[in-house]
Design a protein around this ligand. Structure first.
Ligand code: ATP
Ligand code: MN
Length: 152
């Protein structure tokens, strides 16, 4: 049923709730887990200048310690939890608009299930779903399991 499960993460507690569900399913289905962190250049454009933003979008965030560390700790968390359960895990970091890159990743890698949080770093505001989850649901055509922030 599922061979490749994508867990997009922004490193938030809600995303971590989704990690447990995703890994549990991967274990039961003998699937591989893919952890994806997208450096959100939309939200960064407010604080960063054009040239720096261009470099990040080209994937040149290696030398930008804070950005790289946040990304690696988010995907590393997923990979560590997976390996504890002997579930194979792949980590990936990219930069751009999160929902677009989540959709691209699904297409390019033959993902058959996405497991993500209802909310993320912004936390629960008035919106029923965070914008990344809502846009991913609208634009992606594989099944998506949304793990509710309040249930965790
Ligand atoms: P908003 O961003 O709309 O203000 P929010 O931060 O509460 O609200 P989302 O950003 O939609 O909510 O986060 C919901 C889920 O989407 C997260 O739990 C995570 O699974 C995924 N997600 C969010 N941002 C990213 C990202 N930059 N990279 C990968 N996955 C992400
Ligand atoms: Mn968010």
């Amino acid at each position: 049923m599922y061979e490749k499960i994508l867990i997009p993460t922004d490193g938030s507690d809600t995303a971590a709730g989704a990690v447990d569900h995703g890994i549990d399913l991967a274990e039961k289905y003998d699937a591989e887990v893919h952890a994806l962190y997208v450096v959100d250049t939309d939200s960064m454009s407010i604080t960063l200048g054009g040239e720096q933003l261009d470099r990040i979008e080209q994937g040149q965030f290696d030398e930008m310690d804070e950005i790289r560390e946040r990304a690696e700790s988010a995907t590393g968390y997923v990979a560590d939890r997976a390996r504890e359960r002997d579930v194979p895990a792949v980590e990936h970091i990219s930069a751009g608009r999160p929902h677009s890159l989540i959709g691209d990743y699904v297409e390019d890698n033959g993902i058959d299930l996405v497991v993500m949080g209802s909310h993320g770093r912004s936390g629960i505001t008035r919106a029923l779903l965070g914008s990344v989850t809502e846009r991913t649901l609208r634009s992606t055509h594989v099944p998506i399991l949304v793990v509710d922030a309040q249930a965790e």
